[in-house]
Ligand binder design. Structure first.
Ligand code: ATP
Length: 595
């Protein structure tokens, strides 16, 4: 398939502001794509080469990309740097540069015409980019430059635009996984009704390219053979939330297993013999951050093959007490890992078991999974099962909650014991309910919101962002709906940092997945998640979260929102608080006011 087909599609996607149009465009593209390369096309449209968990990223530095461009066009590095400054976007700079490529001689002209006559193919682009991403060590820079230049020589200006964006990791079309699943169901499985089956395959593998390949080759039939594989992360099951013990017990049928909610980092560990891979909540491969955690799994999980989940918590080596979440973040570093292990040691608290020696446990009820977990776990000071209690009384649940808090936990996760208490991969459901500490003087507990826009500041904040437009997520519509403008809670250091953090996501118009009545000064592709807290949730005609759900023409807004200081880089935008959760929180708040 010619790369230009993909480029035409990119252009159309970029100009649409409608989510449905985006899906239609994808359906057309997928139908056009040969099954043998559909996985690659899926990854490329997401600006990547592999599923996220593989951890091989494109992200060539701009300077290096410009050197390749210089090699391919004959234009000097200085000219290209000036062009980039004018354009503000490496893609546009490359497009312009190619249009005014320097031809030094007749021979040059002929070879350049010949190069252009040969069309760029998707396979060639993919394989070359793969080599670029994998080149390491001595001479890697030169290898990368000549590989990139070899593509640019055959590229049209438009192709160069998207090639450069892809290479530098800036192809941000904002196509969500869910949009791709919709498109795959429509293109190959007879329509949107098949979406849940396609989604299950995705939830068990986290590999959209692999799922695309299976359905494009064998349609629905192919999904039957879908199996859990060690090394392919399972998308995590998530908890709903309620604020009183009474409601929780009622929701869980009067009885549940309550477990400490540890305040650390969720880890999904895959063990195959002595090999261990660790995935984060966002399914990044974080094995290299935690060699000590790998060692714990190696020594204390007694199964040849296993997939288990645990919360990794920083502990005080002297007292064994748990340290707060922020301390653990010191472990998320590239260098100095050995020192960090000593300074911030961790313990693992195991809470689920999804697969053991060829047996898929995700469809087993929780008590069964827990039983298997206890069988394969050899506990030690550093490897413990999550503290739990089976509870059927409100006062007991409240007491256990207090105990968890006093032990340094965030609260409890209350889990269903019912026969249908399966592991709902990739879903937030009522089989798990979190019970977190509420913030006394505040009606609102912290929520996670995605930054979708920004407003320029005034006075002391002139030239910087004064406030951020934030949104919650609506999974049904796959849209981000605004809920507040946040301007307080930021330290001076935060204010300095924010433009840099958000710069890679700046786009020219409102993103098609953002629903907003407000007109931001700057728009972003939904990417960055922050935690905020406010005084209460109010009805508001200005915001689109829950618009019309409680009152016609009114949505929900957070009153006096403040940044809590927590950047949730561990969350993807789709992990933000949902509209449904916000509506529930609003109803809960009304109840509290009434009583
Ligand atoms: P939060 O921001 O509250 O941590 P979340 O969106 O990351 O929430 P939820 O599914 O809502 O995730 O809450 C459950 C989270 O709590 C898990 O992702 C996990 O990291 C953590 N956790 C701690 N202890 C447990 C436990 N015993 N069982 C399940 N999850 C636990």
């Amino acid at each position: 398939m010619e790369y230009s087909i993909l480029v035409t599609f990119y252009e159309k996607i970029e100009s649409t502001t409608k989510r449905l149009e985006m899906t239609d465009l994808l359906v057309t593209l997928f139908k056009k794509t040969p099954p043998t390369i559909i996985d690659k096309v899926v990854y490329l449209t997401q600006g990547r080469l592999y599923p996220e968990y593989v951890g091989i990223e494109l992200g060539v530095a701009e300077k290096l990309a410009l050197r390749a461009l210089s090699m391919a066009t004959g234009l000097s590095l200085e000219e290209l740097e000036a062009e980039l400054k004018r354009a503000g976007d490496i893609g546009v700079a490359a497009e312009r540069a190619l249009s005014r490529k320097k031809v030094k001689s007749l021979l040059d002209f002929v070879s350049s015409a010949q190069a252009l006559a040969r069309k760029l193919m998707v396979e060639e682009v993919y394989n070359t980019l793969d080599k670029v991403a994998r080149a390491t060590g001595e001479g890697a820079q030169d290898t990368k430059i000549s590989l990139i230049a070899s593509l640019l020589r055959h590229a049209s200006p438009k192709e160069a635009k998207y090639l450069m964006r892809t290479i530098t990791g800036r192809l941000r079309l904002g196509i969500a996984d869910m949009t791709i699943l919709d498109a795959l169901a429509i293109a190959f499985c007879g329509g949107k009704d098949a979406r849940s089956l396609v989604e299950r395959a995705y939830n068990l593998s986290s590999d959209l390219g692999h799922v695309a390949r299976v359905v494009s080759e064998s349609g629905l039939e192919g999904l039957k053979y879908f199996k859990i594989t060690i090394g392919r992360p399972i998308r995590p099951m998530l908890a709903e939330r309620l604020t009183t013990a009474e409601e929780i017990l009622e929701k869980l049928g009067g009885k549940c297993v309550a477990e400490y909610k540890y305040d650390g980092e969720r880890i999904q560990a895959h063990k195959l013999s002595s090999n261990v891979i660790l995935f984060s909540r966002r399914l990044e491969n974080i094995t290299h951050h935690y060699p000590d955690a790998c060692e714990i799994i190696r020594n204390h999980v007694k199964a040849e093959e296993a997939i288990v989940e645990a919360e990794c918590v920083a502990i005080d080596p002297d007292t064994g007490e748990m340290r707060p979440f922020q301390e653990l973040m010191h472990r998320r570093r590239k260098y100095g890992i050995e020192e960090a292990i000593k300074e911030y040691p961790v313990s693992l608290f195991f809470f689920d078991c999804l697969y053991v020696d060829g047996q898929d446990l995700t469809n087993q009820p929780y008590p069964k999974r827990r039983e298997v977990l206890m069988k394969i776990l050899e506990p030690s000071e550093r490897a413990m099962p999550a503290t739990y209690r089976i509870i059927d009384r409100v006062d007991e649940l409240e007491g256990f909650f207090e105990e968890a808090i006093s032990e340094g936990c965030e609260g409890l996760v209350c889990k269903s014991l019912a026969p249908d208490s399966i592991y709902q991969a990739g879903a937030r459901g009522w089989l798990w309910i979190k019970f977190k500490r509420s913030y006394q003087s505040k009606l609102v507990e912290p929520i996670d919101v995605t930054v979708v826009g920004a407003f320029w500041g005034k006075g002391k904040r002139a030239g910087k962002y004064g406030a951020l437009l934030c949104a919650v997520y609506d999974p049904d519509a796959d849209m981000f709906k605004t809920v507040c403008k946040v301007g307080s809670g930021f330290t001076d250091e935060d204010l300095e940092k924010i433009p840099g953090i958000l710069q890679p996501y700046v786009i020219e118009h409102r993103h098609p997945r953002v629903d907003s009545k407000m007109k931001a000064d700057v728009w972003f592709t939904p990417s960055v998640v922050i935690e905020i807290i406010g005084d209460e949730i109010t009805l508001s005609p200005l915001h689109t979260a829950g618009l019309g759900v409680l009152k016609p023409d009114a949505g929900l807004a957070i009153r006096f929102p403040r940044f809590t200081g927590r950047w949730r880089f561990d969350k993807s935008p789709e992990d933000s608080t949902t509209v449904k959760e916000l509506v529930e929180m609003y109803k809960m708040q009304l109840k509290k006011i009434e009583t």
